[in-house]
Design a protein around this ligand. Sequence first.
Ligand SMILES: NC(=O)c1ccc[n+]([C@@H]2O[C@H](COP(=O)([O-])OP(=O)(O)OC[C@H]3O[C@@H](n4cnc5c(N)ncnc54)[C@H](O)[C@@H]3O)[C@@H](O)[C@H]2O)c1
Length: 294
Amino acid sequence: MKVGVIGAGTMGSGIAQTFAQCPDVEKVYLCDIKEEFAERGKGKIKKALDKRVARGKMTQEEVDQILGKITTGLNTICIDPDLIVEASIEDMESKKNVFRELQYQIVRNPKCIYATNSSSLSITEIGAGLPSPCIGMHFFNPAPAMKLVEVIAGINTYQKTVDRIKKISEMLGKTPVQVDEAPGFVVNRILIPMINEAIFVYSEGIAKIRDIDIAMKLGCNHPMGPLELGDYIGLDIVLAILETIYHDTGDSKYRPAPLLRKMVRGNKLGVKSGVGFYDYADGQKVPVDEEAVI
Ligand SMILES: NC(=O)c1ccc[n+]([C@@H]2O[C@H](COP(=O)([O-])OP(=O)(O)OC[C@H]3O[C@@H](n4cnc5c(N)ncnc54)[C@H](O)[C@@H]3O)[C@@H](O)[C@H]2O)c1
């Protein structure tokens, strides 16, 4: 099976790694808007796999074989995949354009399945006008480690496509959960408002960053606190998902915290920009409302 992954960022590189590690996958096209972005995505995969070799969990031969399956480049290299997983930015027009352009170049495989890793957008709208309706194949971060795949059917998605994506998810060692299209699907409909609420709690001065995270870790047995998780997901992604849920439902309970908007405008996006609720300078992780201990 050949797979095209569109977007080589946080999710795209993890998804490409997940497919390349699967013995049933022969080739992965990892694509981005610039060749160096795609190469950087493959570089991240190499770094992750090198760590596994260092820990004795993988051999160098296995790593070479996995990396050998991944070809990087612009979206135009992706001409004969059996499956496309789009993992570019969380923007409706951008995603529609990606698929619109891809449909004309994937002439060698008319049976290609069009899937999107969107966190919240309408699958039906993304796929409108494509040769076959789109499906949501929603991986979680980090994709190689997280077991869940939400399989999201738009109103026109064929049942056979749903069944095939569930099978492919199992082939990757994941557990698929079938979901009908709705803003935020299941996980983000529940998780993202919780992160937003934590930002309100912080901005209302109710507790400090570290204490909010400790409270949710120890009080609810969550492995990560909501503010550190927001930083890890990317606060721009958190805001984009909230905007979609808020806009599509019209329900004020989903309104984004003003502080979240302000942080995104100021490029304080979390881990990926080096600062969010925590400061990641010099490999540390210090809440921004505390002084670093030197
Ligand atoms: N970050 C998460 O935790 C998470 C989890 C699940 C799903 N998602 C979803 O996955 C998608 C990607 O998120 P991310 O966190 O990897 O973002 P990211 O910003 O890390 O990466 C996006 C990549 O897409 C590239 N890109 C932009 N336009 C493109 C185009 N037209 N063609 C090809 N590549 C293009 C960018 O250059 C960038 O490298 C989004 O839809 C997001 O909502 C994110």
